[in-house]
Design a protein around this ligand. Structure first.
Ligand code: 8X3
Length: 248
């Protein structure tokens, strides 16, 4: 294997943590397959980092099969990053379609891509599977029921995979970011309402950036083969807990 360029797949690579992760892995020498629905964005990114763009909807089986075909027989790193929050309604009044969409992209999307690429990760002889979780996968908060349920699903799927894959050459990691300020996450959650999005970060001295999380993904992906990072919970200094945020 000496001298072989390592490869990585990043889903949700069109913006935010996914795009930053693709850049960080490319900077570490990986050939990165950038997967997302928005082809124009991932094509621009792939050109920038000398990677490959694959148009992919992780909730669509045929689309994920296409991704697996492009990836081929071997891949060293898979970052299941595609996900998101839709809506901030309380459980009593939440829209079922928001919950369904969150389960579909965060949980089923991670399952679909994992199932499709696991043979290639195993074939690499030293695969690293990284699921993008959230602090929402470890705690509950008001108005977050559908998202926290989905991210708890990602957390448990990650733990289950680690149990099931022990003895194989695949490591399994969950990265669980807290308050990260990206261009789209909050806007999507609040259906384009910038005021609501801005209120989340109001007065917080330094929320995390997409690059902060990408940096940790690259670190996890470049540990020696025998080192499995199970879980990284990452919050800005100003966030001691989900409900305990320092604001100036
Ligand atoms: C994002 C973290 O606090 O919005 O995954 O749930 S939070």
């Amino acid at each position: 294997m000496a001298g072989r360029q390592q490869s990585a797949v990043v889903t949700g690579a069109s913006s935010g943590i996914g795009a930053a992760t693709a850049r960080a892995l490319a900077a570490h020498g990986f050939r990165v397959v950038c997967a997302a629905r928005r082809t124009d964005r991932i094509q621009a990114l792939a050109t920038e980092i000398d990677g490959i763009a694959v148009s992919c909807d992780v909730t669509d089986a045929a689309s994920v099969r296409g991704l697996a075909e492009t990836v081929g027989a071997t891949v060293d790193v898979l970052v299941n990053n595609a996900g998101g929050a839709f809506g901030s309604d309380e459980v009593a009044t939440a829209k079922a379609e928001d919950w369904q969409a969150m389960y579909d992209v965060n949980v089923m999307g991670t399952l679909n891509v994992t199932q499709a690429l696991l043979p290639a990760l195993l074939a690499s002889g030293d695969g690293v599977l990284i699921n993008m979780g959230s602090t929402a996968g470890r705690i509950a908060y008001e108005g977050g029921g559908g998202y926290t349920a989905a991210k708890h699903g990602v957390a448990v799927m990650t733990e289950t995979l680690r149990l099931e894959l022990v003895g194989t050459p695949v490591r399994v990691t969950e990265i669980a970011p807290g308050m990260v300020k990206t261009e789209e996450f909050g806007l999507v959650r609040f259906a384009g309402d910038e005021e609501k999005r801005d209120a989340v970060y109001a007065g917080v001295p330094d929320p995390l950036s997409a690059e902060d999380i990408a940096d940790t993904v690259a670190w996890v992906a470049t540990r020696p083969s025998h080192v499995n990072i199970d879980l990284l919970v990452i919050k800005p200094r100003a966030q001691a807990a989900q409900h305990k945020v320092h604001r100036t």
